[in-house]
Ligand binder design. Structure first.
Ligand SMILES: [Zn+2]
Length: 379
């Protein structure tokens, strides 16, 4: 680093020290003293000066108020979704709606914030909401235990100003892309795998995710964090970039649409790739929403080379404990409770949820997975 660079860094370090001490910060040439805003309004002072004081210094009172007025949907509550929801709640987004289908498992705790050992077995959105309400009781947190698919996604995003992607697979993201572009709601794509994460804000006019990826790659060509892993420090960094973009979108200060951010946490390599709008894009170009409007709901979906998900054509409400009793003699039951039944059969591991969804590990063949599902669940 040259002398000017070292001097610049030294100044920044001194500023960071001021922030840590709650003192004065020089920002854009103006000296701002923290904790002096809105002295005449006791309630506002509490919200603005105490809870958000380190943020109003940067965003202004109007900026903070804009966040409080924003309604945001977080789709998926896993590695990304939990960090996103935590960031948004602390930042003071006024209305946060979270949708996820799964229950907390022990292997989630390595990377999913908001959960602890006491939450294992609870629905993720319910465990997350308990924590978020303790973090910020002044905002609205709404939750839904639902699988997100093309038949219901528009219900989850209706009335939202912004949607943040915390999902974990491409087919769901394509449906999300269609739904947001169609309903003219900005959304922020993100994904994490191994050491690398990506973020791209998508505005309704595009470019959109389908400009980048016109079709869903064939089953087996996609990797998943289940097989490839994800390093623990990566999700909070990527969710942090995503939430920064969310704040910029709300404040109308975004400079990042058309930019895909790619970050490798192991190599500390950061790239910004320009994404051009494809005029022939079926979604943002032609305004046809083939994933959203597909009349055949995808009932069998390859997750990766060794795993298939099956979604029944309509939601159902299975009595999992009864099914476990019926199967007890013929399969090896691993987990059986109100939320989830997991068992080994025909060399495959089946995880079945109350709404009839199942994940089948041990095959990447949709037909084989469907056959096993039908044999043991009869659906
Ligand atoms: Zn597009």
């Amino acid at each position: 680093m040259n002398a000017a660079g070292i001097e610049h860094s030294r100044r920044r370090i001194m500023q960071h020290g001021y922030i840590g001490m709650g003192g004065r910060l020089t920002f854009a040439g103006t000296v701002v003293t923290m904790g002096t805003l809105n002295k005449n309004d006791k309630e506002t002072r509490c919200r603005m000066s105490d809870r958000y004081s380190r943020q109003t210094v940067l965003l202004g009172r109007e900026g903070q108020e804009a966040l409080l007025q924003t309604r945001v949907a977080v789709l998926g509550c896993g590695a990304l979704g939990t960090h996103i929801a935590g960031n948004l709640a602390r930042a003071g987004f006024g209305h946060i709606s979270i949708v996820d289908r799964d229950v907390v498992e022990l292997n989630n705790l390595q990377r999913q914030a908001l959960f602890d050992e006491g939450d294992v077995g609870s629905f993720k959105v319910e465990a997350a909401a308990r924590k978020l309400r303790r973090i910020n009781s002044e905002i609205v947190i709404e939750t839904q235990v639902k699988d997100i698919h093309n038949g219901n996604i528009e219900r989850f995003i209706q009335g939202c100003d912004l949607v943040l992607d915390g999902t974990d697979n491409i087919p769901t993201r394509m449906i999300l892309n269609d739904a947001c572009v169609k309903n003219r709601i900005p959304w922020i794509y993100a994904g994490v795998i191994r050491y690398e994460g990506m973020v791209m804000p998508v505005l309704p006019e595009g470019p959109c995710l389908r400009c980048l990826l016109p079709e869903i790659p064939p089953t087996g060509s996609m990797t998943s964090c289940e097989l490839s892993g994800v390093l623990n420090p990566l999700p909070p960094i990527i969710a942090g970039i995503q939430c920064t973009e969310a704040i910029k979108l709300v404040l109308n200060k975004t400079d990042s649409p058309r930019k895909l951010v790619v970050y490798d946490v192991w190599e500390q390599r950061f790239n910004k790739v320009t994404v051009d709008k494809n005029p022939h894009c079926l979604c943002c170009g032609k305004r046809t929403y083939t994933f959203l409007d597909n009349p055949e709901r995808d009932i069998v979906m390859g997750l990766c080379a060794d795993s298939v998900q099956i979604i029944p054509p309509r939601d159902t409400d299975l009595d999992l404990e009864k099914i476990a009793r019926d199967l007890a003699g013929s399969v090896e039951i691993l987990i059986a409770n109100d939320y989830m039944l997991r068992f080994i059969a025909d060399g495959k591991q089946l995880t079945v949820y109350r709404d009839g969804r199942a994940q089948i590990k041990g095959t990447g063949d949709n037909g084989v997975a469907r056959a096993v599902y039908t044999r043991y669940l009869g659906l």
